[in-house]
Ligand binder design. Sequence first.
Ligand code: AHG
Ligand code: MN
Ligand code: MN
Length: 336
Amino acid sequence: MENIGITVTEHLLLHQTESPAATGQFTRLLTELIFSAKIISREVNKAGLLDIMGLTGEVNVQGEQVRKLDEFANRVLIYRLQRSGVIAALSSEENADIIEVPDQLPKGNYILVFDPLDGSANVDVNINIGTIFSIYRKKTADADGTTEDFLRYGYEQVAAGYFLYGTSTVLVYSTGNGVHGFTLDPSVGEFLLSHKNIQIPEKGKTYSINESNEMYWNEQTRNAVHYFKSNQNERGKPYRARYVGALVADFHRNMLEGGIFMYPADMKDPTKPRGKLRLLCEAAPLAFLAEHAGGAATDGYKRILDIKASSLHERVPLFVGSRADVEMATAILSKT
Ligand code: AHG
Ligand code: MN
Ligand code: MN
């Protein structure tokens, strides 16, 4: 019989003994995330057909306009995960506070943080978007998760991953034993192993940054970006610039082909320099994946995974991707 592929569930079960995270509860958690992503993927695919595109008119906790698909994705994830029996509490980019599991529902030991729809400004123009997730074990003794369970170091994650809704829908995740990619085969409704043990090339060929922010950068940041514009990549050619504006999409390309994604601190808020991306639902999970694929992630000075969150929606500068490129950017930024 020809090889018809390994599903993500089979892969997880096959590797269960290797992974501290892969218990029955963890398999259930991943299964719920996968089911939610299939539902979101279906809605994303028909977004152009229905009156689901565009803005709802509301503003989320970050002060950004909420788009209808953001809200839909958020609702699906909260509904499914609250009923999974394996979650102590949730935190979403779209909700100011942690989301508890109602008392009448069974609770579990996992803490889940997610960005339900990343790159959502791209929905209206049919460009890739994604869902990012980060998983911790509950550390407080109470059955309910508390905010303290979320204010953690990135290195405490037991798993992280993302779904990318693009030309195909892809799942990339790691439980700390390699980073694996699966592609949704819509004809059978299963994610099949397509990218086994992803390794980010040591040095990339691409840099990804929103350069329109240059006027808000300090000199070191300008120097770091200038390095990639004026030096040769791993092919001995100038680095290519590629910026989708959806972190998941830029990160995914750089994971497979090598490269660096940068969102440095800037002075858009003139009172203090700050990054845009959220530590818990964006930077930490992608840093976990990058490191487990042989890459690196810093805030320009220190390892992202060594930062302890001080609030649920803390933002950080982010430099993530190929190890040599991230180290180069970090070295330039650290020069005073
Ligand atoms: P989200 O859609 O979840 O709010 O995230 C958007 C993020 C990220 O995906 C992307 O890389 C970045 O914002 C783009 O920001 P700029 O438009 O400032 O470049
Ligand atoms: Mn996002
Ligand atoms: Mn989002």
